[in-house]
Design a protein around this ligand. Structure first.
Ligand code: F6P
Length: 455
């Protein structure tokens, strides 16, 4: 078996807390077969970018690279998170077109290639992740790297017309033709990419999801929905019931139902709309008022970016308004918390919640939706209210599917979920849980790597 080389902007270094599904899945893949994990060190230094650090943990070698302030700001905060992130989430209105940030992004991708290329062997299988590193495959090819290189996009792939709004889009997206396999979360993402190839990318779409670049190079595309460690999360949630934070949360509800949302504080997550949908529910379902509390956990994310700062104050304002309007002396409708909790505690919170609210305006997949299902008590499961604009909606079809912009629809779904009889809840939950048992994180990486190695 060839050596696996994983490349991602963030690296889950040994001893660091688990940082979500992506890191968990990749770490498990590397643990299974050994290999190299290359990425940013998480450090912003005063010196030039490019200092490498090496750490070995069992069969995994971690090599990480420092970035200086200018490179970090142009590449990560700038182009990746102020241009690509909004573009890939269909938010053309938020795209920052600053050319120097775009150049900084390309400079850092070239530096990744300079530092990684000497570490690679012809027999390696290289797997590059996410929007931070789209051109990296092409930069490696320019440095003579001929081994198999796959790419996986963790965000949605938007419509071709949106991609074409990026200045220099052809030069940018044609770098994707350097890969052997490009993976997306859903069929719709694959099809939107293929539409871009046909309409703007100068290429052709052949049968079997192969695309042909203008020069004749062929690239395999496909959908590989990312997932979770279903069995582990179910077990973790069962055990978490005894954690003090979980017990205290249950006690504080004093018999009321709980609805929960857990999201990075990001405009793609639809948090203002969620609060407004909850307010609509309080307004229209007077008979349920006071019987359901919404706990929204939203750890601050990308706090240097202006749009994220604005979102934070907007949410504080809406939560204050809803609570000011509907709270009673012994009940607050929305508990809005920016603090982060350990993963184990969150699974206990999920199990304590009768409703999981996952209503992003756009999301590649959304693993919170899957974790909410895995964490439920099989005898008395809660109900998932899920946005049709999350990748997870194409798999978790027994959830109550909503349009997150349609506040009345969200309010109706909350009311329906709060009153759903137990047999119906069990039936819906069981179908989704069984799906997640079959399609877990191990399946995701095995399927992807099998497809990459078959190219
Ligand atoms: O695709 C989105 C993603 O890269 C996820 O893998 C991860 O959950 C999140 O964004 C992390 O964001 P950041 O690295 O900017 O904190």
């Amino acid at each position: 078996m060839s050596r696996l080389v994983v490349v991602s902007n963030r690296v889950a270094l040994p001893g660091q807390p688990q940082t979500g599904g992506l890191a968990t899945g990749l770490r498990a893949a590397l643990k299974e077969r050994g290999g190299l994990w290359f990425g940013w060190s998480g450090k912003v230094t005063r010196q030039d970018s490019g200092t490498l650090h090496e750490q070995v943990d069992g069969q995994i070698t971690f090599v990480t690279m420092d970035l200086n302030r200018a490179d970090h700001d142009a590449y990560y905060t700038g182009f990746a998170n102020r241009a690509l992130w909004p573009l890939l989430h269909f938010r053309l209105d938020l795209v920052d077109y600053d050319r120097s940030k775009r150049e900084g992004y390309h400079r850092v991708n070239a530096l990744f290639a300079d530092k990684l290329a000497p570490l690679l062997k012809d027999s390696d299988t290289v797997w590059i992740h996410d929007y931070h590193l789209i051109p990296l495959g092409a930069r490696l090819r320019e440095r003579g790297i001929g081994c198999r290189i796959g790419f996986f996009l963790h965000t949605p792939m938007p419509s071709a017309d949106l991609l074409a709004a990026l200045p220099d889009h052809q030069r940018f997206f044609s770098t994707m033709y350097a890969y052997d396999l490009i993976g997306f979360h859903t069929r719709r993402d694959v099809e939107r990419f293929q539409a871009y190839v046909r309409l703007y990318g100068g290429g052709k779409v052949l049968g079997g999801d192969l695309v042909e670049a203008p020069g004749g190079r062929r690239v395999q595309t496909g959908d590989f929905p990312i997932s979770i460690d279903t069995g582990f999360i179910a077990q973790q949630a069962r055990a978490a019931i005894n954690k003090p934070a979980v017990r205290e949360l249950r006690q504080s509800l004093r018999g009321r139902q709980l609805a929960i949302g857990v999201d990075r504080l990001d405009y793609s997550k639809g948090l203002p709309e969620r609060f407004a949908g909850f307010e609509r529910y309080l307004k229209r379902y007077k008979e349920q008022r006071g019987s359901l509390t919404l706990l929204q956990i939203a750890p601050v994310s990308r706090g240097e970016v202006a749009e994220y700062q604005m979102l934070r104050s907007q949410l504080e304002q809406i939560a204050g308004h809803v609570n000011g309007t509907y709270a009673e002396a012994d009940w607050t409708p929305i508990r809005y918390v920016n603090q982060n909790y350990t993963h184990a505690t969150l699974t206990g919170f999920f199990r304590a919640a009768s409703i999981g609210l996952v209503t992003p305006l756009r999301d590649g997949m959304n693993l919170v939706a899957k974790e909410y299902i895995a964490a439920q008590d099989p005898e008395d499961p809660g109900v998932l209210v899920l946005s049709l604009l999350a990748g997870a909606a194409s798999e978790l079809t027994q959830a109550l599917i909503v349009n997150p912009h349609d506040l009345d629809g969200v309010a109706d779904a909350i009311a329906t979920a709060a009153a759903m009889p137990r047999p119906q809840r069990i039936e819906r939950w069981r179908a989704m849980f069984e799906h997640l048992q079959k399609h877990d994180i191990a399946k995701w990486r095995q399927n992807y790597l099998k497809a990459l190695e078959a190219v």
